[in-house]
Design a protein around this ligand. Structure first.
Ligand SMILES: Cc1cc2nc3c(=O)[nH]c(=O)nc-3n(C[C@H](O)[C@H](O)[C@H](O)COP(=O)(O)OP(=O)(O)OC[C@H]3O[C@@H](n4cnc5c(N)ncnc54)[C@H](O)[C@@H]3O)c2cc1C
Length: 415
């Protein structure tokens, strides 16, 4: 079969048409960006009684990063618990995982309340060791989990039919089809009064008391603006706090019941991740990894070769690669996302690393609470204007260095 350069979720795109902005308007809240973050925030604010307009530069909603995701919905973020404790302390680390778990619950509640048919399913998240020598890291994570009252299960021997040397299981995580979810969520937002405009690029944002959101010919006046453009436009305070990576993904057809349905991540640097979904007559694996910094230009062919070598080594059965794609991952410099008010009445949500499904929902909740004057337990934690601690930068710099050597250098020499 010819490999198509499209993602698994492309088939679910309804390609709903929304009008272009063709007049000046006034709203309570303007949202820039029609990916999962913008749509979730629009839905939540409309539900809280706000008059909302959302503007998206592309022809269709959710055609950017949200289309390229692998859509693990999890509190287990890319930075491990032991590192989080060293950087943020036990209390904040507990809050980080709690915010993720509450985001999963919130997504499930929305799916149920709005009857969204998006294949949402609770599954376990497994961090696995590729080699015996990595098992100690799992033990350290187990000990860290205990310190912050999080339930995990460590197993050395297991019946998974893929190569591994033990795993740490976190139950009660989830997965879905992200495009089915956001397409319907956008319809529900509109039903709650949100005005959506596509093919409308925001060119400038100014003002604080009343914010002006300019497009080529028109402008929106709002009390607040939410910048949900993935890579924020002109929010200088967050500029140095994140780094862009490229990630490589295969969709793979596997025999049924080889690997338990769930979410899987290894301990390599750069890491690999995969999910298993039950399809009619086969199991679908979506596997990704081989991430490298965007500035370190390298051929996609080399990284796909490295990913396939990993896949071949992992499973000892025939498989068929049916799709492949690459996508951008925006990493925060200290391991957790930047969400909140970056200037008076200007809110931003960015640097979600591989956790945009939960972070987008956390962002929706933080924005809704800030704009409706409620206290939110996580707003300080994710504050985009926070001063990053030197030790956090240091740990992440080490991580970048290792990833550069193991990914960029190794793949360039080997393939
Ligand atoms: C390969 C890959 C795998 C991933 N896997 C996972 C995973 O398993 N789990 C997970 O939680 N996360 C994962 N992520 C991360 C997740 O996909 C993202 O964090 C999330 O989709 C970001 O959503 P968003 O709405 O913030 O950004 P986007 O989806 O990029 O939406 C931003 C929108 O803003 C629009 N825009 C930009 N500029 C303007 C402008 N000036 N005017 C108007 N509109 C504008 C863009 O066109 C775009 O539609 C993965 C990412 C990649 C690339």
């Amino acid at each position: 079969m010819r490999i198509q350069q499209i993602t698994t979720w492309q088939d679910a795109k309804a390609n709903n048409q929304y009008p272009q902005l063709k007049e000046n308007i006034n709203v309570d809240v303007a949202i820039v960006g029609g990916g999962i973050t913008g749509i979730t925030s629009a839905y939540m604010l409309a539900k809280a009684g706000k008059k909302v307009a959302l503007v998206e530069s592309k022809k269709y909603l959710a055609s950017d990063t949200t289309l390229f995701t692998t859509a693990f919905i999890t509190k287990v973020i890319d930075t491990g618990l032991s590192d989080l404790i060293k950087m943020f302390g036990e209390k904040n680390t507990k809050l980080i995982w709690e915010s993720g778990q509450q985001a999963i619950d919130q997504i499930e509640q929305i799916v149920k309340a709005e009857k969204i048919d998006c294949d949402f399913k609770r599954v376990s998240y497994f961090t696995y060791a590729n080699e015996d020598s990595q098992f100690q890291s799992l033990e350290e994570e187990q000990a860290a989990a205990k310190k912050v009252d999080q339930e995990v299960t460590l197993k050395k021997k297991n019946s998974f039919k893929f190569k591994n040397a033990g795993y740490l299981e976190v139950k009660n995580q989830a997965k879905f089809n992200p495009i089915k979810y956001v397409e319907t969520l956008a319809e529900k937002a509109v039903a709650n009064g949100v005005q959506i405009f596509t093919s409308t690029e925001v060119t400038a944002i100014s003002g604080h008391k009343s914010v002006r959101i300019k497009t080529k010919n028109y402008e929106i006046k709002a009390n607040q603006v939410i910048i949900a453009t993935y890579k924020p436009i002109k929010v200088l305070k967050t500029f140095a706090k994140k780094g862009m990576y490229q990630s490589y993904v295969f969709e793979v057809k596997l025999p049924q019941n080889l690997i338990l349905e769930g979410l899987y991540v290894d301990l390599e640097n750069p890491y690999h991740y995969f999910r298993i979904d039950k399809e009619k007559g086969f199991d679908r694996m979506i596997i990704g990894g081989e991430d490298h910094r965007e500035e370190a230009k390298m051929s996609a062919t080399k990284n796909f070769k490295a990913l396939e070598a990993y896949l071949k080594n992992l499973i000892a059965v025939d498989y068929q690669i049916t799709r492949k794609w690459t996508g951008p991952i925006l990493e925060p410099s200290d391991g957790i996302a930047l969400i909140g008010e970056s200037k008076p009445n200007q809110f931003v949500a960015t640097a979600f690393s591989g956790n945009g499904m939960t972070y987008s929902t956390i962002a929706g909740m933080i924005f809704r609470d800030a704009i409706t004057g409620k206290k939110n337990p996580w707003s300080k934690l994710y504050d985009p204007t926070r001063k990053m601690k030197l030790k956090a930068f240091g740990r992440k710099a080490l991580d970048y260095g290792e990833e550069f050597y193991q990914g960029y250098v190794k793949n360039n020499l080997k393939y």
